[in-house]
Design a protein. Structure first.
Length: 282
């Protein structure tokens, strides 16, 4: 596995692309919107500059990075010779399936098709292609250059050699691996969002101020940030979408989204990406 294609150059796609290119893989990022590609390129430049400033990377190594990464709005060019294709599109089944279908048509017949989805069923995603055995979940966490974990999700038809190849790849880019079954929410999303949802309910009920709630969980459980701050980082619209998907799949009231969360999304207060969520950001 030498060449990686990332479909979607937004927050997650650009982060994954930076990780793979930094690890020495030839990396091509695709996005239909040139402005998104420009933003990804600027993000990578800032990460490299910061790494050089802090002594984690030499100037020569930073310059070499640009020889391993391509930014393109042409899907065919990006996937044609890729060994691993990872879609990092928004959490919409039809969109992700369409990308897989196009990647199967335009890419190499033995390329692995990975999805960075945090909640959608891999088996259903794989049903859109002729060879579902090469489809697998490769769930990175935000921010991808920092977070160590990658959750590998095995669909009902995923071949073992696909799993083995992806586990080896993830280890080669310096990440830790957990392999889980293809159930709604997998392991991390299902458990993690329950904490976030319960914190939003507690805040909604007035148990404590948001700063106190976040401080209690951060210090009491040795978490890097509180659950409300985490929701802002993830994006409140993403949190709502995933909770709605979990509720739809399990029909369990545990997964019913708090009304406060729904109202904030309706108001356009989506967290860090809009400058305001539970907290206000520059």
């Amino acid at each position: 596995m030498d060449k990686i294609a990332i479909l979607g150059a937004g927050t997650m796609g650009s982060g994954i692309g930076y990780v793979t290119a930094s690890a020495g893989y030839q990396t091509a990022l695709y996005d239909p919107y040139p402005e998104v590609l420009d933003k990804a390129r600027s993000y990578h430049r800032k990460l490299l500059e910061r790494a050089v400033e802090k002594g984690r990377l030499t100037s020569e190594a930073a310059n070499g990075y640009w020889g391993r990464v391509v930014y393109s709005a042409d899907l065919a060019t990006v996937v044609r010779t890729a060994d691993l294709i990872v879609e990092a599109a928004p959490e919409k089944m039809a969109l992700k399936q369409s990308l897989f279908q196009q990647a199967e048509e335009l890419g190499a017949p033995n390329a692995i098709l990975g999805s960075n989805t945090s909640s959608l069923p891999i088996t259903e995603l794989a049903s859109a292609v002729a060879d579902p055995g090469r489809v697998i979940g490769i769930h990175f966490f935000n921010p991808a250059p920092v977070m160590k974990l990658v959750e590998i999700v095995v669909g009902l038809n995923t071949r073992q050699r696909t799993v083995d190849a992806v586990v080896e790849f993830v280890k080669s880019i310096g990440k830790e691996v957990v392999v889980v079954k293809d159930l709604p929410g997998f392991a991390t999303t299902r458990v993690g969002l329950m904490l976030v949802s319960e914190a939003i309910l507690a805040y909604q009920e007035g148990i404590a101020e948001k700063e106190a709630l976040d401080k209690a969980i951060k210090l009491g459980y040795n978490h890097p940030m509180g659950p409300l701050a985490l929701a802002d980082l993830i994006g409140l619209d993403v949190v709502l979408h995933v909770l709605d998907a979990l509720f739809e799949n399990y029909k369990d009231p545990r997964y019913r989204a708090p009304i406060l969360l729904r109202k904030m999304v309706q108001a356009g207060r989506l967290g860090r990406k809009t400058g305001e969520g539970f907290y206000t950001y520059e």
